[in-house]
Design a protein around this ligand. Structure first.
Ligand SMILES: Nc1ncnc2c1ncn2[C@@H]1O[C@H](COP(=O)(O)OP(=O)(O)OP(=O)(O)O)[C@@H](O)[C@H]1O
Length: 246
């Protein structure tokens, strides 16, 4: 449903990302992995329409075959930094995407409140971001993104600040929600376990300039994947990444 063709991102004379193409199908979770600085976040920011103004981007994007301009109402984005507004409470922050999308404040609040326990945030609805731990802030930012009914989710390291168990719970929760309501998800991660457990496709990027060097489908449904099969994929991903680290 979403297609990117020939994306190049430059800053002055330096090319950060070169001629990158990818497509995201509805009902698919694609993980984008690659060494630090290879351009993963820049690609996602371009799709979210929040690329820094000093960067120049050229490329085409299509949603359902029609040219798309970003930001786009079908796309919800969770940045790498949680970017919660410090003057809003956790619940107000979580409601923001819904309200910007036109939902009435009470309805947005009801929808968000129902998910606070699942996200381990119950009792913190009225807390301000500086009263929450890093992991709680990240879960509030994830909630703000996922609660929107956007058809495309862009998640930039959404679980990086979470403890191991909470991270597993959030991963399972997301996979289960996507099974109920298919969307197209592009998720940046450095965690090869996360990528192989969740994704049905892993795109590997290399740097200098950023480009996709491998496109690895994982066809077995997430719940049925054997540890042996995943270990094999992880080990080949690791070898690819090791070659890319200077
Ligand atoms: N606003 C900017 N101005 C100049 N260069 C930038 C800007 N934003 C990013 N870059 C450069 O673009 C390159 C890619 O950065 P980006 O954040 O996209 O990488 P990444 O793969 O997401 O890294 P990480 O895994 O560490 O988050 C880096 O060399 C970075 O320094």
């Amino acid at each position: 449903m979403l297609e990117v063709r020939g994306l190049t991102i430059r800053t002055g004379a330096e090319t950060l990302v070169e001629d990158l193409s990818l497509s995201l199908a509805e009902g698919s979770l694609t993980c984008l992995i690659g060494p630090s600085g290879c351009g993963k976040s820049s690609v996602v920011k371009w799709l979210a329409g929040v690329l820094a103004p000093e960067l120049q981007a050229k490329g085409d994007a299509l949603i359902d075959g029609s040219t798309a301009i970003f930001p786009h109402r079908d796309i919800a984005y969770q940045p790498q930094q949680d970017t919660l507004f410090p003057w809003l409470t956790a619940a107000e922050n979580a409601c923001l995407g819904l309200e910007i999308g036109g939902m009435e404040r009470r309805a947005a609040r009801d929808r968000v409140d129902a998910l606070f326990p699942t996200f381990g945030l119950e009792g913190h609805e009225e807390s301000f971001p500086d009263q929450l731990s890093g992991g709680m802030r990240q879960r509030a930012a994830f909630l703000r993104t996922i609660v929107q009914d956007a058809r495309v989710l862009l998640l930039d390291e959404p679980f990086s600040a979470l403890d191991a168990v909470t991270r597993l719970c959030m991963q399972d929760w997301l996979v289960a929600r996507l099974a109920e309501r298919p969307r197209a998800v592009l998720m940046v991660t450095h965690d090869l376990y996360e990528a192989t457990q969740m994704a049905d496709r892993v795109l590997v990027m290399a740097g200098g300039p950023g480009r996709i060097i491998a496109d690895i489908p994982i066809s077995t449904p997430s719940a049925e994947r054997s540890e042996t099969a995943l270990a094999e994929i992880r080990s080949s991903l690791k070898l690819m990444l090791l070659k890319e680290i200077p």
